[in-house]
Structures are given as C-alpha cells and as structure tokens.
Design a protein around this ligand. Sequence first.
Ligand code: SF4
Length: 344
Amino acid sequence: MSALSEAIALKVHYAVGAPAWRSRAGPGRVVRAVDGVDLQIAAGETVALVGESGCGKSTLGRALLRLEEPTAGVVRFEERDLTTLSAEHLRQRRAAMRMVFQDPFSSLNPRMRIGEALAEPLLVHGLCNSRSARERVAEMLDVVGLDRRVAARYPHEFSGGQRQRVAIARAVIGNPRFVVADEPLSALDISVQAQILDLFADLKDRFALTYLFVSHDLAVVRHVADRVAVMYLGRIVEMGAAEDVFARPAHPYTQALLDAVPVPDPTRERARIIGRLQGELPSPMAPPSGCRFHPRCPRAMSICQRDDPSLLPVASGQAVACWLYAPEGGAPAAERTPVSLASP
Ligand code: SF4
C-alpha cells in the first residue's frame, strides 16, 4: 500500500544567527532539528510522534505539510513530491493537508468572528461560494459540539476547550485527507482533554481522516495511535504498532519515556523512579557521536559512543535504532563493555 504522506531521508537544519534569507542550513553553527528521517503514513492511520520537547517532532510534522523547507530529502503527499511543487500547486494541495496547533488562541485571528474564521479556508481554496460556506460552517459547528449561534462571536469569548473545537473545525471543514495535530491537548485543562480526544476520534471516522498526532505525552498517545514513532534529537529511534511499543518497548529511550508516565499507585510509582530518564536533552547543534542517546543511556556500551545504529526490525515487531538489537547477536563481545553514564 502506498503512503499518503511520506518523508524520505528528510533533514531540516537551521543556520543559527543567519539572516532570514539564509535560514536554511548553511556553513557554521547549525541546529539539526530533523536529521535524516524516513516515515510513511498510510491512509486512515493515526501515527503518534513522541519524544521530549526539543527533539524535532513539531518540525517534522510541519515539514510533512511543507510548512518548513527541507534542507535535504523528499516529502511526498499522495505520491507527489511537495518539495518540487510551485507555490500555486502547493497552495492547491494545502486544502487536503491541514494542521491543528497547540495553542488555539494564537491560531485564530482575534479580530475575526468564528463564522468568518471557519469560512475562510473554504473561500480561499475555492471550495464554496459564500452562501454555501455559511451553511457548511453551521454544519461544522454542530459536528464539533458548538452552538451554531457562536459563529457571530470572537475567539476571546470562548474557553480553551471551545477554542480548540473551533480550531479543529477550521482544520477539517474543507474535507482534508491528512491532519497534523501538534500537541493539541497540552494547553487544555485535564478535564477537557478526554473530550477533545473523543472529538478527534469522531472526526476521523466521519471524514476518513489520517492523523499525525505529535505529543510529548505517551498516556495520551496510547488512546489514539495505531502506530508510534519515537523521536530523539532529530531521528526516529523506535517505530512500531502502538500495542507492541506500549507492551514491549525496545529502545532504552522509549522504555525511559514510558517509565516517566505517572501511575496512580504510590508504591509502584516509587519503585519506578530509579529507571527514569537521566540528564538533559543534548543540544541539536552538537549531537553526541555514535548513538545520540548514549550519554543518557543506562545500557550504553563502548560501541555506542562511536557508531551510529540504524533503524532495523527486531523480533518484537518494531524497528529500533540500538546496538542491543544489532543483527547476528549484536555488537561484538569486545564492544559490549558497559560504560558509565558519566562517560563523555
Ligand atoms: Fe543505549 Fe547503545 Fe542502544 Fe544507544 S545504541 S540506546 S547507547 S544501548
């Protein structure tokens, strides 16, 4: 089955301190936000992209919609290479690829009534005339659980959860096929998050949507994802069916992330703290040599400091970038010497 959305050897680098016209990677100091990612998302899937803040997951999500310019590699949507499309062809494609942002307030124009904000993508992409756009807006407000009369109101008159319903309605009103949701729950009260998750699920069924769900919260992802891709310092380090990743996390980083998900049992909670993630995420301007996770990895071996592991299938079904799972028994015995976390 061909992918609906696809990244091949994708890199998005930023030159630090460069003027805007040189914001793609040039010589000098470079932030390697996305640094060689292959990802395929099939039609109808929900893929969750997880990792710590700063690991590059939001940049990857935006790059899949070509809201970020790739430094290298290819981004395809419905088998068309987005990196070679003209501005006009890209504009036409945008109706089919939409984004839901973390902060619904900043994604809505405060001077635009909700009805106008929802009608705008329909009119910009020539999907409706203004009369049928009004009808479509009213229908869409029903679908996302808001009263039709709110079309006359402004964003500041809504709660955070209601604003996110509006932002989601604006993303899906033009019948897109692919939606990237970038931390769509993290600005919301915990009591509202479950309702918004239910709304995403309902819209997926109703409109046959495909999602990339970007989140630092694995507890959230567990409820929505068909597949999970775990990202660390610009690379995917583990990818697989959600049930496999949650039941048998293979990469030590995934294990640490899962161990950090709170459990409502104080005894179990205390017992797990020892396994939690140590240290800070290194700078994406100077990623560590070898496996990028090695300075924080409790299972690091000598080979990990020198050689970069590839993402390869493992017995439990996922693909994992880790020398613990290297083919033919892993790294040679001489290379398997455990190293201290204090090692450079
Ligand atoms: Fe840890 Fe080595 Fe695997 Fe990296 S390759 S995750 S350092 S064991």
